[in-house]
Design a binder for this molecule. Sequence first.
Ligand code: ADP
Ligand code: ADP
Ligand code: MG
Length: 666
Amino acid sequence: MFTKILIANRGEIACRVAATARRMGIKTVAVYSEADANAKHVAVCDEAVLIGPAAAKESYLRADKIIEVALATGAQAIHPGYGFLSENSEFAEACAKNGIAFIGPPASAIEAMGSKSAAKSLMEKANVPLVPGYHGDNQDADFLHTEADRIGYPVLLKASAGGGGKGMRVIEKSADFKDALASCKREAINSFGDDKVLAEKYLQRPRHIEIQVFADTHGNCVYLFERDCSVQRRHQKVLEEAPAPGMTAERRAAMGDAAVAAAKAVGYVGAGTVEFIANQDGSFYFMEMNTRLQVEHPVTEMITGTDLVEWQLRVAAGEKLPLQQSELQIHGHAIEARVYAENPEKGFLPSIGTLRHARTPVAVNFELGGATDPAAFRIDSGVREGDTISPFYDPMIAKMIVWGKDRKEALARMAQALAQYQIVGLSSNIAFLSRLVTSTAFSGADLDTGLIERNQAELFPAQVAANLTTLALAVVSLLNSEKSAKDSNDPWQSSHGWRMNSLMQRSLQFTEEEQTHDVQVTYLADGWQVQAGESKVQVRLALAHENDIVIKIANQTVAATVVRDGEHFHVFSQGKHTALHYIDALAHAGEAEAETGRLTAPMPGKIVAVLVNKAQEVKKGDALLIMEAMKMEHTISAPHDGVIDEVLYAIGDQVTEGAQLLAFQQ
Ligand code: ADP
Ligand code: ADP
Ligand code: MG
């Protein structure tokens, strides 16, 4: 076995690989970019070496630098994680040339599966079923258009070199083909440096079911059953589970055998995933093979009681697979939720910022059924409180994985864990995930890749205004912090309204999205009366420790965490997160209204297309400019009819968050 490995990745996967290495007594070397100098993966490894600036191209994708570091530090093997260099056959080859073991498949297998088109041709020969489509070499736009017409709409365009859902375009009708092809090619060349595309029939209500395979250098190849990853947004996984609900033993064996056949066809070694798209009737087609460890591998680990990173290390060191097919069994049910820095209410737009407050549900105390039960709960995270989610890398904050003896138990545990997860400082999808796991469709296992879109009403309910208890929690937190400041004798902190005689009254205002809450506070001998609208209640602070408070409200005791972030009060109570904006009348005096007629960048990024010219007339909703940020394209559209005054950036320009992109007149 190796005594030292280099981990050529960052974030949660680098930390996860390091954890297994440590358990096995293997030393680890981290590499990091300038943006990651204080990152968690740097802290958890035994050594860490700076390899370049923030941009992945200049750091995590610098194969030469990484090999240099491996040689200099005496690492005998490199684990590439997922993303970055994990599916780069040249990197795998370069490792071999330098006498370093690449913890992954041989370069030839990566190469064979690297292009979705070539892989499909190969699978065709191995008799693995394929979705009807065109995956040939002819890339002529008119030819592809004819092919799409022949396949019949809806048609899906994919980047042959694609991954992470990038470049994918669903085309509903022939007239939309040209624009979709251009946009697919643009994203493909930007993301993968290759604009080759393939077209296939876009299946209706399909499920994404994938098989985990594992092969060693002794000719053994097994499958570790399936994962259902149907719940997606933007063709990217949000929830994953194993086993797949409704899977029969026969179909599992058929899919497992097809996956093993696919792996064997390319001389596969190590961990790999064969992705299938399945119809509701169970018929399935090969989609692609990911020649690496998958983001969602923990659900497989939980139901099989394995550590797949340990398997990877053993196989790379030349050992045999730890278990044979007949020794593998499914035990219980596991679900993973990907916690992303994004705003589900705004089309899942990625969000960046600092995790001012991050509390993971470590306190969740599950009763374990018996000694054979695996740990019921796991969080794989690459960030800690105080860390930032930057625009340079993937916006995933953490993966939360739960196990239960059956799906129902796993679901209940997931709901409970999500309710206890607190994040302040950026938008996250936690509340959305909570609604998703408890939704009728997901809890009823009515799965397909359109689940989120089909259940908009249930998943995006109209916001319920904060109730009096929530307002009271924010008020008590505010008054208590003012009181503490006052007790510390700061002359500037004497709270307004505090010293007036007899019944002291004060008006406070909070806003919540579009709502305004006017709250009247009356100071009482041992607490306050809090009134909003017609309802009023007496409140007393029972306990306060840092951000945690307990209040007595009417006859109830309510515990909460209230985190103040500037003017925002984040109230976490009873599994709900409410963000209240405190309008401090004094602080806002004289502030001007936000200007209109400007269009600004929602986040830092690069301009990839400018669709209008100076003096051009545009209609509300017209696309004006496309920028790429956090590996996604964002279209900036006209907020109303008007005329373009000025286009302030050109294609290729980098823009900072909030930068004015265009001047625009009504
Ligand atoms: P999987 O297919 O493994 O479930 P996805 O397709 O959602 O996962 O995302 C995997 C791809 O997304 C990777 O190949 C990589 O391009 C990108 N990616 C996701 N997370 C990260 C990360 N933390 N660091 C780098 N790349 C990432
Ligand atoms: P990536 O490399 O980005 O992971 P995939 O080919 O694996 O690309 O597809 C990603 C997702 O897109 C699938 O999980 C599925 O939801 C959807 N998808 C892919 N192909 C089809 C298809 N032919 N019909 C319907 N949905 C599809
Ligand atoms: Mg895929």
